[in-house]
Design a protein around this ligand. Sequence first.
Ligand SMILES: NC(=O)c1ccc[n+]([C@@H]2O[C@H](COP(=O)([O-])OP(=O)(O)OC[C@H]3O[C@@H](n4cnc5c(N)ncnc54)[C@H](O)[C@@H]3O)[C@@H](O)[C@H]2O)c1
Length: 250
Amino acid sequence: MARFDNKVAIVTGGGSGIGAEISRELAEQGASVVVTDINLDAAQSIVDEIGAAGGSAAAFQQNTAKWEDSKAAVEFAQSTFGALHLAVNNAGIGAAPQKIGDYDIAAWDRVRSVDLDGVFYGLKFQLPAIVAAGGGAVVNMASVLGSVGIAENAAYVTSKHALIGLTKVAALEYTSEGVRTNAVGPGFIDTPLVRSSLSPEALSALEAEHASRRLGTDKEVAALTLFLLSDEASFISGSYHLVDGGYSAH
Ligand SMILES: NC(=O)c1ccc[n+]([C@@H]2O[C@H](COP(=O)([O-])OP(=O)(O)OC[C@H]3O[C@@H](n4cnc5c(N)ncnc54)[C@H](O)[C@@H]3O)[C@@H](O)[C@H]2O)c1
């Protein structure tokens, strides 16, 4: 029997990067996965990949910054696969670097609305649905920047820090009802987005800031996330787990 047989999962922002890898691995390990993304084509292409590999998945268009979409995503999981047991609130965005005095208000609102409000909207509808299904687990995708700061990134750093507080409240309210909630804090992960936004010199400088002297991989983030979603993590709730190659160790 596979680790997630008979489980139904939602992964937000599942059309790319870390969320796509988590979706693939959940499906490989038996879950039926609702891959949601603001970009429906991206979600559908991951669903097609999962289907071709023999897994079970369905795509759903969701802007996590809209609470109505979070409600609809949970209802879609229930109507398509019968219940909801697992959720990964993974969708997240950044903004161009800017100092607080110059910070564009619209950029602040945009980042906060996805990286923080979007996770609250997700939890608001996922947690009661998971309780109704008999229990399960949630992972909120924070960042190493949920516990350390970086200059010129106020909206992202603030949202990711706040997300860890929200994770604790969710755990305090719902663990006794059978739903564990945890946060994962990746260091810098080698995705096309990160690589293409850096010069070779900036990339080497960033690699050197990790004790591992390299960036992480989406598989390394997925491994921790799936562990936290699994029954092996049955006594872990309300905590924040780094997968950062030692970035925050100094
Ligand atoms: N890549 C890194 O180095 C890194 C490091 C730490 C934390 N993280 C976090 O991991 C998560 C995933 O990052 P990634 O690197 O895989 O990003 P990515 O850009 O590759 O993928 C993010 C996905 O989210 C989708 N998305 C964006 N806005 C959305 C919205 N409003 N509603 C629904 N979907 C939306 C995008 O279309 C995309 O498919 C984010 O929360 C990010 O902050 C990433």
